[in-house]
Design a protein around this ligand. Structure first.
Ligand code: ATP
Length: 444
C-alpha cells in the first residue's frame, strides 16, 4: 500500500475532458443516442474501435504471441447453467443491494463511502436491509420460453478456459506451467454502472488462466503480478499513476491464497484495472466434480498425477482503454493557444500516420495518394485533405497520431515530404523514397 500523504492527487477535471473528447473525435458514443440514449452502454466509434483493438492486440501480443507457454481460446458467450452451478456463480456472484427509503436510489453497499449515508440525497440511516443481487444476465435459447432452455450470458471469460482445459491439453502439446488466454465480451447486471466506460453492463475482458504445478503456485503468482505491472508501464502508463495493491485477508475469496489489484489513479481516485489471483485448484476441482471429467495432469517424467493450480491475471479491455486515454491526455500552451495532445504509446495510437496534402489542388492529390499507397499497407493511416493544415495537425494531435506527413508544392519538385512528430511538433523533410524506412525506424 502506498502512503496516502505521498500519493499524487487525482485530476477530477480530466473526466469531463475525456468524455467530451471521446464524443467530439469519435472514440466513444452513448449507445442508441438518437433514441435518447441507452443508459450505461456505449458504442466505440471510428477512432475508439482502433484504440480498443490496439489495447487488445498489445495484450495478446505480450500474453500469447511473444510466449511459448500460452495458447489462445475464443469460447462462447452463451453458456448453460451447469457451468455457473459448478463455478459457484449461480449462488455467489452477487452484490449487496440497498435502497434509500428517502429518495429511492439504489446503491451497491460495498462501494459506499459511508454505509449509512445515501450519496444521492445525503440522508442518513434510510437504507433498507442489504439484499444479495445476482449479477448474471439470464435469457432463453430456442423458441420456447421454458426452464430447460435457460442460458446465461457469461459474466467473465475465465470459465471458458476451465471447461476447455482437457481439450486444450490434449491438442496443444502444452504441459504445466502453461496458460490459456482469451479476450472477449462479458456481461454483468451491475447495480451501479457508471464513470463512463469504467463500469458498464456489457464490457470486454482480457484474461489468462495459467496452470502450474501446485508447489510452484506462489512463485508464479509473484511472477504474474510483476509481469502485468510491467505491461502497463511498457505501454506508457506513468509509474506514479499505477500501483499494485495486495488484498487484505478479509477481501480474499475463500479459495484464493493471494490476490493483488493493478490500480490506476482515475479522476475519482485509485481504482482497479486488473485483478491477479492465486486461485489454487478451486475451479478445476469444481468442474471435475460437476462434470465427471478428471481435469488433472499426468506428468510422465515424475510418474505423478496432479490437479494444477491456477494463477489468473484478469483485466478489463474497455476499462484499460479508458485508463490509457486518461494517462495520455495532455494540454500545453503553444503560442497562446491550448494544444490538446494524446501522448499515446505508438502501439496504442489509433492512427500511426496521417497523410495530408497541403491543398486539395489536383496537382498535389495524386502524389498524396501515391504516398498513402506506400504507407497504408504497413500502418493504420488517416487521409485528410480539408481545412487549413494547422487545424488538421491539431485534430491529429487529439487523436494521438504520432506522425503527420504533409505533401506540399515543393514535393512536386524535390520528391520529399514534411514529417511532423506529435510530441515535439518538430518537422523534418524526408525523401518519399526513404519515407517507409524513416517511419518504420520510429514506429517499430
Ligand atoms: P469490481 O470489484 O470493480 O466490480 P471485480 O473485482 O468484480 O470488479 P473481476 O471479476 O476481477 O472484477 O474482473 C476483472 C476485470 O474486468 C476488472 O479488473 C475490470 O477491469 C473488468 N471489469 C469487471 N467488471 C466490469 C464492468 N462492469 N465494466 C467494465 N469492466 C469491468
Amino acid at each position: 500500500m502506498s502512503d496516502a500523504s505521498t500519493d499524487p492527487r487525482p485530476d477530477e477535471s480530466l473526466f469531463d475532458k475525456i468524455v467530451n473528447l471521446s464524443k467530439r473525435r469519435g472514440f466513444v458514443f452513448q449507445s442508441a443516442e438518437i433514441y435518447g440514449g441507452f443508459r450505461s452502454t456505449y458504442d466505440y466509434g471510428p477512432i475508439g474501435v482502433l484504440l480498443l483493438r490496439n489495447v487488445k492486440d498489445a495484450w495478446w501480443r505480450s500474453m500469447v504471441q511473444m510466449r511459448t507457454d500460452v495458447v489462445g481460446l475464443d469460447a462462447s458467450i452463451l453458456s448453460p447453467p451447469a457451468i455457473w452451478e459448478a463455478s459457484g456463480h449461480l449462488k455467489n456472484f452477487t452484490d449487496p443491494l440497498v435502497d434509500c427509503r428517502n429518495c429511492g436510489a439504489r446503491h451497491r453497499q460495498d462501494k459506499l463511502d459511508d454505509p449509512d449515508v445515501c450519496p444521492t440525497c445525503g440522508v442518513k440511516g434510510q437504507f433498507t436491509e442489504a439484499r444479495q443481487f445476482n449479477l448474471m444476465f439470464k435469457t432463453h435459447a430456442g423458441p420456447m420460453v421454458e426452464s430447460a432452455a435457460e442460458v446465461y450470458l457469461r459474466p467473465e471469460t475465465a470459465q471458458g478456459m476451465f471447461v476447455n482445459f482437457s481439450n486444450v491439453l490434449n491438442t496443444s502439446r502444452k504441459k504445466p506451467p502453461f496458460g490459456i488466454a482469451q479476450i472477449g465480451k462479458s456481461f454483468r447486471n451491475e447495480i451501479t454502472p457508471g464513470n463512463f466506460v469504467f463500469r458498464t453492463r456489457e464490457f470486454e475482458q482480457m484474461e489468462l488462466e495459467f496452470f502450474v504445478p501446485p508447489a510452484d503456485a506462489a512463485q508464479w503468482y509473484e511472477y504474474w503480478c510483476q509481469t502485468r505491472m510491467q505491461w502497463y508501464l511498457d505501454h506508457g502508463m506513468p509509474p506514479e499513476k499505477l500501483r499494485l495493491r495486495a488484498h487484505d485477508a478479509d477481501e480474499l475469496s475463500h479459495y484464493s491464497s493471494g490476490t493483488s489489484d493493478v490500480e490506476f489513479l482515475f479522476p475519482w481516485g485509485w481504482d482497479e484495472l486488473e485483478g491477479i489471483a492465486n486461485r489454487g485448484d478451486y475451479d478445476l476441482t469444481q468442474h471435475a466434480m460437476h462434470s465427471g471429467d478428471k481435469l488433472d495432469y499426468f506428468d510422465q517424467e515424475t510418474n505423478t498425477r496432479y490437479r494444477p493450480h491456477v494463477i489468473e491475471p484478469a483485466a478489463g479491455a474497455t476499462r484499460t482503454m479508458m485508463a490509457f486515454l486518461l494517462a495520455a491526455y495532455d494540454e500545453e500552451d503553444v503560442r497562446g493557444e491550448t494544444r490538446v495532445v494524446l501522448r499515446l504509446h505508438h502501439r496504442l495510437a489509433p492512427y500511426k500516420v496521417a497523410v495530408l496534402p497541403l491543398s486539395k489542388k489536383d496537382t498535389l492529390v495524386p502524389v498524396a495518394q501515391e504516398v498513402l499507397a506506400m504507407v497504408q499497407p504497413r500502418w493504420m493511416c488517416d487521409y485528410d485533405e480539408t481545412q487549413a493544415i494547422g487545424r488538421r495537425y491539431r485534430r491529429q494531435d487529439e487523436l494521438g497520431t504520432p506522425y503527420c506527413v504533409t505533401i506540399d508544392f515543393d514535393t512536386l519538385d524535390d520528391r520529399a515530404v514534411t514529417v511532423r512528430e506529435r510530441d515535439s511538433m518538430e518537422q523534418e523533410r524526408v525523401a518519399i523514397a526513404d519515407l517507409v524506412s524513416y517511419l518504420d525506424e520510429r514506429l517499430r
